[in-house]
Design a protein around this ligand. Sequence first.
Ligand SMILES: C[S@@+](CC[C@H](N)C(=O)[O-])C[C@H]1O[C@@H](n2cnc3c(N)ncnc32)[C@H](O)[C@@H]1O
Length: 258
Amino acid sequence: MSDVQGDEAAVREWREAAGDDGLVLLDGFHALKHALRFGADVRMVVADEPDAVRALARELAPDVEADVARLVRGAALKTLLPRVHPTGVAALAVRPDRARGLAGLGRMPRPAPVVVLDNPRNLGNVGAVVRLAAGFGATGVVTRGDLDPWHPNVVRAGAGLHYATTVERITLDTLPPGPLYALDPEGEYIRSLTLPDDALLAFGSERHGISPELRARADHLVSLPMRPQVSSYNLATSVAMTLFHWGGPRETGQEVVQ
Ligand SMILES: C[S@@+](CC[C@H](N)C(=O)[O-])C[C@H]1O[C@@H](n2cnc3c(N)ncnc32)[C@H](O)[C@@H]1O
């Protein structure tokens, strides 16, 4: 009896909260684990089988097991979500404050580059880039254009790692400071360059490449190694190669897993 009442309360609270623009859907255990690990303010966690999610946390993420155990409540996910993640768990977390994010991106000296995506179109690509930026310890990912980098499908593709870096939408006027390296197949060969820690690393849209406005602002155009007759690489793989060339996490107090 009390379980059923608990479920009903959780369903009602989820429905009320889910319309709130300030909350972000975390779909699945992996996203929840990363969000908790990187300090997200997680407001609700619902699961078809809370005990199974507690067991998953014990097995895969003992560092956040206590948080998962405290937060998770039972609810039939298929009544709350259009698509239920195979791990049977979903959560709502607070979207970080935009002004604070922008202020952090503008702070110099900067210990690691900011990735700039110039009018990206593919939500999965943007999520993959956030995941890369988090893994490499980049300062952040900023996007120009109308795509919301916190769209639920971007957060899904980013595996909840939006909370491990800074992710914001910007305009040309609010582009963070720093030398601008725009990646373009016509640019200077990347292996002849060192990418500085305070760099802005800019990548063009999937269809049109770097926009004329951003190209005009670039201090360097940079190309990745590529055989003749191949036109270009995928956006997210280009970001991966460039961050790898920059160098990745340094000994800055963050533990580096090798
Ligand atoms: C799918 S590509 C864009 C292709 C687009 N049709 C064009 O004309 O540039 C997306 C972005 O990845 C980066 N990129 C892809 N291949 C690259 C290469 N060989 N060298 C440098 N950047 C590359 C660029 O920033 C590019 O704008």
